[in-house]
Design a protein around this ligand. Sequence first.
Ligand code: ADP
Length: 494
Amino acid sequence: MKVLMIAAEAVPFAKVGGLGDVLGALPAALRSLDVQVRVVIPKYQSIDKGRYNLLPLGDHPVRQVLLGRIPVPVQYYHTVLPDTDVPVYLVGNDAFFQRPGIYDDPISGHGYEDNGERFLFFSRAALALLEGLDWVPDIIHCHDSQTGMIPAYIRTGMGPAACTLSSTVYTIHNMGYLGLFPKSILYPAGLSEGFFYPGSPLEFYDHVCLMKAALSYADCLNTVSESYAIEIQSSAEFGAGLDGVLRTRRSDLFGIMNGIDYKTWNPADDPKIPYHYSMDDISGKYENKKELLLRCGWQTPKERIPILGMISRLTDQKGFDLVLARLEEILSLPLRLVILGSGNKAYEQVLQQAMLRHPDRISVHLRFDDALAHLIEAGSDMFLMPSKYEPCGLNQLYSMRYGTLPVVRATGGLRDSVIDDDHNPYRGTGFSFEAYSAEAMMEALHRSLRAFQDVSRWSYMMNRAMSCDFSWNHSAEKYKELYLYAISKRRPAY
Ligand code: ADP
């Protein structure tokens, strides 16, 4: 079985969120199931050619891709996913990708105005790549709205000739990013106005919607947890207004929980943390805690006080409105709060001001910092994720692996992965709350603090959390089944 994965991020080359982690790990897990996977991502400015051994595909026949009638130059590079034999192709174009951000301008914090053109170019160039490879995928697996037009191209016969028999699979990583653009994007997309009418497969409130195009045209769909697959069909809020479209595709829509990369996220040999540990010898965790306290400018307190960690994009989705509504109260509790994240400038400002008021209680790091993320996972006792919605969530999985007990809102993948220890005595791996409210969050936080006081209960919970299996093995098998299903659903282009 041959699978071409096309996405805007892949670890270690480029990562903004969980999408990058998935593309960095799932292909290798599929390789071990004898699936021949290849990956295509953009060649961003931040991807160092020397560091990743990028070589130009010098003899590739395609040198330009049409955006409407305008020929746009393309350069292809290739390498492999580190420590694997999975080929990775990178699509280069200086005008679109030689800039500092991936989706957003780091100075303004806003998305680039030409993101529509950038990712349509990427999508077309990723398909054109196949014209120069002696390799035809059975499955073209697209991820999130940046690649949403690809299933439409394949299904309407606008893809490469060799791919008319390829099936398409589309993975929804987050319904919150629909890829909405004005109708004028039809031109660079190479689509006639006939594709655009009220209720058409890509029209959404008088805009072109790349997510809707994928939901309409892909042979089969999945999202990254079973609960989120149900939630997005259940209401306009969860389904971002596309719940109706999702319901019409319900027999082709599946939930497959993300795994985590056990090579990158393993406290027993993680090179990004100073002290290694495991369930058998947990002492290194407390050394990491001391190191984290030091990094935050704090002395190790005499009493046993938990560190509550958060690592997140600072967006509404992640529940920061709840945290900020009760920040003073949280900081009056016997804990230390460490937050790593960036995004919403208003949230950044409030958090920074809180740090000035309570430098001994809260430490805020407003940046993307992978090494610090590992130390926070290793050195914290608890991890807070009060998300409004959460397609899968990876940090609660990393937390459990590192013996850091999550306190989460029961939604999407958080519901599917964290077992509340008060509701399931002797089985719990963390704490969860149902209602999206500050009261419910505080109640769960208080329960977790009570549990922390009981040293033996806490240690049993840590053991249970650390022994959960969140590796990719199981989920990769489900993806393989999904591919077989997609092949059985293959419909001819029209
Ligand atoms: P999402 O994809 O919605 O952002 P996930 O929990 O699925 O959320 O994945 C987020 C990933 O990005 C995790 O690997 C997390 O550790 C990482 N991450 C988020 N913000 C930062 C940051 N500021 N610094 C380092 N890593 C971060």
